[in-house]
Design a protein around this ligand. Structure first.
Ligand SMILES: Nc1ncnc2c1ncn2[C@@H]1O[C@H](COP(=O)(O)OP(=O)(O)O)[C@@H](O)[C@H]1O
Ligand SMILES: [Mg+2]
Length: 394
């Protein structure tokens, strides 16, 4: 980012500081990326001051920051999702009874924001009870776990569908899939995402049409009808099984690392699209198709998603970017003089982009770039996109 523009350190959850910066640079458009500032109402403050803002209001972003609200909303509007029940801290006994009667595996979710760590898929009753107790007591996630959603386990394959919307009309971006588990073959603990690719061949045109009709359109209509219009990027996490879709969750923003592979495929100008949505008519951006394919391999620090060291020197980024079509996105890095050092769990998103549709070739470029990069204890998955490339060949 430092190469592309001026960096200004502000606390992004502090609406006053963000508004002061927006005034200072006379911002034509403010794009709010992550969920925390949305949940903190930064978009509302900026809109009140007259700025054009891409990102939902605090109350519309509730589709992400309050899973209990989101499940109720889906029930009210007949949007397909896993069966569930919600329990508050004072309802521990009822929640325990519900778990005893449920079939396994069962999914226990902290309702609030938990940085991607608030979901437990329990395969035994003991595990389920432990997760429930930890959440409802406030021990594991504080207030974010004081309400829990207990949910039926859905079989299937997950995919992500992003809609950029002005609250009524919307543009779909390329469907994608990410890889959540830390290890090859989907093993080991869940992470924020170890890689992604787009388009995801599993999301056929038929399934996209279903997503529009049964999920995205009723969601936008429902939010508008409840005087809670949704403006921004609606991220729909879906479970695909037997030619059907059900919602796993909504996010109120672009997701990581899917964004790294979706946005490069957009044929039109991203800023124009976001501006049009924020200004109230997404169709003003004109056609917004996507083409080509992209793969992102996340390089993480050793120990991630547990604790990990920081400050290790990274070499080879320039060489990696010499591989045709490769862009290296920095996630957890810091400049130290001339050197770039690690500064987070997920360090780099090594992304290969191609105008062609052969996923196997793009995967090859991404890994050729990864091999150029080194830092102490670097870990990454070796099978990003492999299953989809197989699908494609078949
Ligand atoms: N009902 C469910 N059935 C099967 N897997 C689920 C279910 N709910 C969540 N998961 C799994 O847990 C992950 C995290 O859950 P999600 O609802 O997306 O919460 P968050 O992203 O906020 O942690 C999902 O990506 C999915 O792999
Ligand atoms: Mg999720």
């Amino acid at each position: 980012m430092a190469k592309l523009g001026e960096l200004r350190p502000v606390s992004i959850e502090d609406a006053g500081s963000v508004a002061a910066l927006a005034r200072d640079v006379a911002a034509d458009l403010v794009v709010i990326g992550p969920e925390a500032p949305l949940a903190a109402g930064v978009s509302d403050r900026l809109r009140n001051e007259g700025f054009v803002v891409f990102g939902p209001s605090r109350s519309a972003a509730r589709l992400e920051w309050d899973k209990a609200f989101s499940k109720d909303f889906m029930k009210r509007h007949g949007i397909p999702t896993a069966a569930s029940a919600t329990f508050h801290a004072a309802e521990l006994a009822a929640a325990r009874t519900y778990l005893r009667d449920a079939s396994l595996p069962i999914v226990i979710k902290a309702s609030g924001l938990a940085a991607g760590k608030g979901v437990v898929i329990a395969t035994t009753l003991g595990e389920a009870m432990e997760a429930l107790d930890g959440m409802l007591s406030g021990e594991t996630f504080g207030d974010a776990g004081a309400t829990v959603v207990i949910e039926e386990f859905m079989q299937g394959e997950e995919a992500s569908i992003f809609a950029v919307t002005d609250g009524e009309r919307y543009a779909l971006l390329a469907p994608s899939q990410d890889h959540k588990r830390v290890g090859d073959g989907d093993t080991g603990p869940n992470t924020g995402g170890m890689g992604a690719y787009a388009p995801a061949p599993i999301v056929t045109d038929e399934l996209l049409a279903l997503a529009r009709r049964d999920i995205i359109e009723p969601t936008l209509r429902g939010m508008a009808a409840e005087n809670n219009p949704y403006v921004g990027c609606l991220y729909v996490g879906v479970m695909v099984a037997d030619g059907m879709l059900r919602v796993v969750e909504f996010n109120s923003r672009f997701g990581d690392p899917e964004t790294q592979v979706i946005l490069p495929l957009l044929e039109s100008d991203l800023a124009a699209l976001l501006y049009a949505a924020a200004a109230g008519d997404v169709t003003a951006a004109g056609p917004t198709g996507s083409s080509g394919s992209a793969v992102c391999v996340v390089m993480a620090a050793s120990g991630y998603p547990g604790s990990y060291p920081k400050g290790d020197e990274i070499t080879g980024i320039a060489a990696a970017e010499e591989v045709t079509g490769v862009v290296v996105f920095h996630a957890g890095t810091r400049a130290e003089g001339e050197r770039i050092v690690t500064n987070g769990g997920r360090v780099l998103g090594v992304t290969a982009i191609s105008g062609g549709t052969d996923l196997g070739a793009v995967i090859g470029s991404a890994y050729a770039a990864v091999e150029q990069i080194a830092f102490a204890g670097a870990q990454y998955r070796h099978d990003i996109g492999a299953r989809a490339a197989e699908h494609q060949k078949a």
